[in-house]
Design a protein around this ligand. Structure first.
Ligand SMILES: [Zn+2]
Length: 238
């Protein structure tokens, strides 16, 4: 506590002192929040509203195992700074705000959900970093939504390469079969509507592999909620 008083929190982006949470008002206003209209399945923003139930090209051409995905913000420089600070710089003070924005973006999904399942770290990577950012975000979303967090349902059963720098198809094969619902957790998944929580969605390969594992364990439905997603640019719907 004494340390908190002596050292004011600095904005994670511009290093100015801030009151309370770790992003100043100026940097906050640079975040690109995702709002409708967007693809009802993938959550990819549309440039104009095509009316209800119109899907994006991606959702039709390459439908994922999960039913719906939502993200709080576009993955840009400010979002990247937040994610990296949470992941690698012990800025756990950022998790409550990021989780709240996610709960808002995913309110429709959370309203129908039974359990929250964070994407697990592999234990070796978890050991070196000792912090699961998806778990931290999921804890805030649990408090916000009342949907129960089940942190140990999903296990990473083999080490995967970092997804950074891999192509779309390399990403998919890298994580294929990497996740499993542990046998003693199957009863917690069977018949349940699950929301998978992660920090960033790039190609969607990781959350798709998680969704497949949960559906193999007889989950009734799997949705995905992330803090930031990569968006190539505004696009027209089909
Ligand atoms: Zn700032």
């Amino acid at each position: 506590m004494a340390l908190d008083i002596a050292l004011p929190t600095l904005c994670v982006c511009c290093r100015e002192p801030v009151d309370g949470e770790g992003l100043c008002a100026g940097c906050w206003s640079k975040l690109s929040f995702i709002a409708p209209p967007y693809c009802p399945r993938l959550g990819i923003p549309f440039v104009y509203d095509p009316g209800p139930d119109m899907l994006s090209m991606e959702a039709i051409a390459d439908p994922p195992a999960y039913t719906r995905a939502r993200a709080a913000v576009r993955f840009d420089e400010v979002a990247r700074t937040l994610v990296h600070a949470l992941k690698y710089q012990d800025r756990t003070d950022l998790a409550p705000a990021m989780g709240r924005w996610m709960a808002r973006a995913g309110h429709e999904l959370l309203g129908e959900a039974d359990i929250l399942v964070p994407v697990p770290l592999h234990w070796r990577r978890g050991w070196s970093r000792r912090y699961n950012q998806s778990g931290a975000l999921a804890r805030t979303i649990e408090r916000q939504s009342g949907v129960r967090l089940k942190g140990d349902v999903l296990r990473r059963i083999r080490a995967t390469e970092q997804q950074v720098g891999l192509s779309r198809s390399q990403r998919a094969s890298n994580v294929q079969g990497a996740f499993q619902v542990s046998s003693d957790a199957r009863s917690q998944v069977q018949g349940r509507r699950v929301v998978v929580i992660d920090d960033v969605l790039t190609s969607g390969a990781t959350v798709d592999a998680c969704a497949r594992a949960l559906l193999r364990a007889k989950a009734a439905q799997v949705d995905v909620l992330v803090f930031a997603r990569v968006v190539d640019g505004p696009r027209p719907p089909i």
